[in-house]
Design a protein around this ligand. Structure first.
Ligand code: BDR
Ligand code: CA
Length: 313
């Protein structure tokens, strides 16, 4: 079965790896890239998405989305993780292609209306575009097939604060809106993405399987590996963003649990995604909270093989 998706992204090195994975997958049709601030400002995020599409010979719409959190001032960015250019400072020439003139949220709504029941929204950055699309079209949950996100930390610590993962922390109010909506949402958080370190050998293999796209990921990841290897004996990095896509292709790679979710927006706990597994509580405040699926385990060996095999296609 082919999954029609809109990929909402803030490229970003692991975003680039995920975008190429999606392009390479025969079972995934990417209808468009919608971009958001996060790892980098939104204008750079949009430009980077155009550049990745050109490199991969993909002629699909790319739209620019929100550049600010739902509430509060402009964010700091993760240049210390992804480099000044979002691609690990490799000096890659930017594309001259043009953006689709619509906002990301409008593109999501238009595309969902044109393909009722068929589109999965895959979000691998902060959730402002999805929240805005829900405001533009309150019936969006009925129009899309489902939502798969990289973000959150259900039963493990965060990576920005002790309790919050970066994508959710970056726009906690937007995440609260998206998690509360009445749609089938599956969360791939640090519970699974931090469980799977990738070594330089994996990057060599990726580049060997696909010189152009794997080669780009290998080159841009050197900075990313430096960041993740600080204070460790080994050299590793984490490709968080490809996991919701891998799930679409092969759900058997993951174990999921269903639970009621709440997103904290208060300053101390901002961005915390607390999950009460079904049956674990009788507390009314939790029973009223919306239900989501949360990935709790992933098969590392099979996931790596899927990435390598797909890049080789
Ligand atoms: C998430 O934050 C970003 O740095 C990555 O691209 C990923 O989407 C991981 O916490
Ligand atoms: Ca991302």
């Amino acid at each position: 079965m082919t999954h029609k998706i809109i990929l909402d992204t803030d490229p970003g090195i692991d975003d680039a790896m995920a975008i190429f994975f999606a392009f390479q997958c025969p079972d995934i049709e990417v209808l468009g890239l919608t971009t958001v601030y996060g790892n980098v400002p939104v204008s750079m995020s949009a430009q980077n998405a155009l550049t990745l599409c050109e490199l991969a010979d993909q002629d699909i719409p790319v739209t620019k989305g929100v550049g600010m959190p739902w509430v509060g001032p402009e964010s700091g960015y993760a240049h210390f993780v992804h480099g000044d250019d979002g691609f690990g400072n490799i000096d890659f020439p930017p594309s001259n292609r043009q953006l689709d003139p619509r906002s990301a949220a409008q593109f999501i709504v238009d595309t969902a209306r044109e393909n009722p029941g068929d589109v999965t929204l895959v979000a691998i950055g902060p959730l402002g575009n999805l929240a805005l699309a829900l405001r533009l079209e309150p019936d969006l949950p009925k129009l899309v097939k489902g939502v798969a996100i990289m973000g959150g930390a259900a039963f493990v610590p965060g990576n920005v604060t002790p309790v919050a993962e970066a994508n959710i922390w970056n726009d906690a109010h937007a995440a609260e809106i998206v998690f509360a909506a009445d749609w089938d949402l599956t969360m791939f958080g640090l519970d699974v993405t931090n469980a799977v370190p990738f070594t330089p050998d994996f990057l060599d293999d990726l580049a060997e399987r696909n010189e152009k796209l794997g080669g780009f990921v290998k080159e841009s990841s050197q900075f990313y590996v430096d960041f993740y290897s600080q204070g460790r004996e080994d050299r590793v990095c984490f490709f968080h963003d490809a996991m919701p896509l891998a799930y679409l292709v092969d759900p058997s790679l993951f174990e999921l649990t269903t639970g009621h979710v709440k997103v904290a927006t208060d300053p101390l706990n901002r961005g915390q995604t607390s999950v009460a597994p079904i049956g674990s509580t009788m507390s009314p405040i939790w029973l009223e909270a919306s239900k989501i699926n949360v990935a709790t385990k992933v098969d590392h060996a099979k996931l790596s093989k899927l990435y390598l095999d797909t890049y080789a296609l």
